[in-house]
Design a protein around this ligand. Sequence first.
Ligand SMILES: NC(=O)c1ccc[n+]([C@@H]2O[C@H](COP(=O)([O-])OP(=O)(O)OC[C@H]3O[C@@H](n4cnc5c(N)ncnc54)[C@H](OP(=O)(O)O)[C@@H]3O)[C@@H](O)[C@H]2O)c1
Length: 360
Amino acid sequence: MTNFPRGRKKKWPVAVLGATGAVGQMFVRLLADHPWFELKELAASERSAGKKYGDVVRWLEGDAPSREVMQRRVTACEAGVVSAPIVFSALDAAVAGEVELAFARAGKIVLSNAKNFRMEPDVPLVIPEVNADHMALLECQRRNRGWEGAIVTNANCSATVAAVALAPLHQSFGIQQLFLSTMQAVSGAGYPGVPSLDILGNVIPYIADEEPKLEREMLKLLGTYADDEITSAAFKVSAHTNRVPVEHGHTICMTIGFESPPTPEAAISAMRGWEGSEVTKGLPSRPEHPLVVSDALDRPQPKRDVNAGDGMTVTVGRVRRDAVLDLRLVALGHNTVRGAAGGSVLNAELLAFTGALDKA
Ligand SMILES: NC(=O)c1ccc[n+]([C@@H]2O[C@H](COP(=O)([O-])OP(=O)(O)OC[C@H]3O[C@@H](n4cnc5c(N)ncnc54)[C@H](OP(=O)(O)O)[C@@H]3O)[C@@H](O)[C@H]2O)c1
């Protein structure tokens, strides 16, 4: 028997927009047996609408969905066609803006993975363990926009990994400067993504729009909420982003300067003692440990650590002194789970737990 939050008696019906893509498929996997949400509808582009999901999806990984799901007709991404009150959006950014706006205007709760609304001042950009209190922006969003619906976003996949690793350090020691360099998996580019002849045996030192996204989103995530406003964290940040021939998992090397520089031991102790926002404990997708620190000299590695906490745990290693700033470390997280679909589902669970889905 499922324990629903707040006296709820049945699952919330949900839909996935962009259900055929890399992130959309991860939503389908994560929602297959979800204790609070029931996946009712699968939506994608006009190319797929009207066809059976099994005929248009190129299933990328793991067991294919049930026969019942594969037989379902894909719907168009139209607010008047999709009946579920809660929609997870895994849409391409080129279309997400218009489509997500239409759904929110129609009174739906939209949990978006796209970049389009993340930096709007009245749109929550949330990693529940890091900044659950930023969800309070929803009230202001509804006032400003005059809608009953909502848009809630999760961050760029690399910003998510970095923010989970840095949240306890920023809280305890105050970050002043941050330099980071990413090694990002090919699944981060969606499907079919980067052509194999461009990426095999290669490193591509450019991912369109990734560096500014990473820099600005991380400051919003680690910012503070007060009086309907987020004040972004004020530290200086410089990002290099690279695409590497790894299937899943973004690895990020970071060099950090602090207001009160900790020893490596003190930094490790702050990270190990960090449990994330209290309100997230007990949410179905929250891992037991959102952040773990490895003592091994050669970890984290995508091959060995990407699935920690079912893909929801960020693994940090190689915490050491730095001769230019104060500390260096490496962080790794799963880009389509923690950095996309899993993060979005956790956001929806937070909304359910705090009563924001009571009317849905
Ligand atoms: N991959 C990651 O690790 C990751 C991480 C964080 C955030 N994101 C973000 O998540 C979103 C999805 O990324 P992805 O990697 O899953 O991309 P993807 O594999 O290219 O999938 C894109 C999806 O959007 C649908 N779509 C495209 N054009 C459409 C249209 N005109 N109308 C309706 N649906 C349309 C596609 O449907 P059809 O199959 O019918 O064309 C497909 O389902 C993007 O905004 C991306 O930036 C991705």
